[in-house]
Design a binder for this molecule. Structure first.
Ligand SMILES: NC(=O)c1ccc[n+]([C@@H]2O[C@H](COP(=O)([O-])OP(=O)(O)OC[C@H]3O[C@@H](n4cnc5c(N)ncnc54)[C@H](OP(=O)(O)O)[C@@H]3O)[C@@H](O)[C@H]2O)c1
Length: 228
């Protein structure tokens, strides 16, 4: 299974102003590319906080839908506390274009999630992103798009389950030290090397495609260069 992330990021590596609020950092071109990436995915996976901030179906635009795609697309969310505090506009769920899967502990209220979102709750004794990906694969997914947030991407990097990162470098600085970052790894100390696959400038944005370098273990900064 191929797992790839897509994130819009400020020049200082942030993906939002505050953890509890959605902000659109990218341009119309960024959103067009996001739709194309969704069109090439069997499932879109997000963390609970990202869903809470944007509790809407994650689906490609009609003009990007490909005839042989597995549809309805699966939208998957991993959560501990559940999604019942999310506030979608009335009538947004259920959505016939999307099948919503909610992965979480057995204590989640499956009936309430089904009623609110038309969701299927999949209980996991020890929820972790690896188990979620394994279940998506079992359900026939070959390509999974991860749309954040930073903690989700951090977990996937730690578990070496991320095959590619698509990052839109957006022309802004956020600066807030506690703003969410592209990848958040608790207790991380060291570099996780990436290889640049492609880089394209459109206007003031740069569209980057990286893949993790699995030939190099995570480690500290090189000491043979003063520059970084
Ligand atoms: N710029 C962009 O492209 C972009 C994209 C996505 C998100 N964002 C922003 O990023 C921020 C959210 O990022 P984040 O890092 O705070 O949150 P996140 O990665 O979206 O979600 C973290 C949450 O995922 C759930 N989770 C993660 N690992 C889990 C596990 N092993 N077991 C069970 N649940 C697990 C938990 O959900 P519960 O809290 O539900 O228990 C956890 O609080 C928001 O501000 C969002 O708007 C920006």
């Amino acid at each position: 299974m191929y797992v790839f992330s897509n994130t819009a990021m400020s020049v200082d590596g942030r993906i939002g102003l505050r953890r509890e609020a959605h902000v659109s950092l990218g341009s119309a071109e960024d959103r067009r590319r996001m739709s194309l990436l969704r069109a090439g995915a069997d499932a879109v996976l997000v963390g609970g906080q990202t869903f809470r901030n944007w509790p809407l179906p994650l689906v490609e635009r009609p003009e990007h839908r490909v005839a042989d795609a597995r549809r309805p697309i699966l939208d998957a969310v991993i959560t501990r506390r559940g999604l019942l505090d999310a506030r979608p506009a009335r009538g947004r769920w259920p959505d016939p274009r999307v099948r919503l899967l909610v992965f979480g502990p057995p204590t989640l209220d499956a009936a309430a999630h089904r009623e609110r979102f038309g969701a299927e709750v999949i209980p996991l004794d020890e929820p972790d992103v690896g188990a979620v990906l394994d279940e998506l694969e079992r359900r026939g997914c070959r390509r999974v798009l991860v749309e954040g947030g930073g903690r989700m991407i951090g977990e996937l990097l730690v578990r070496e389950r991320l095959d590619a990162l698509f990052v839109t470098l957006c022309p802004s600085v956020i600066g807030a030290p506690d703003a969410p970052a592209l990848a958040e790894i608790a207790g991380s100390a060291g570099l996780r090397p990436l290889e640049l696959v492609s880089c394209e400038r459109v206007g003031d944005e740069v569209f980057l495609h990286y893949r993790p370098r699995r030939d190099r273990a995570p480690g500290g900064a090189s000491t043979d260069s003063a520059g970084g």
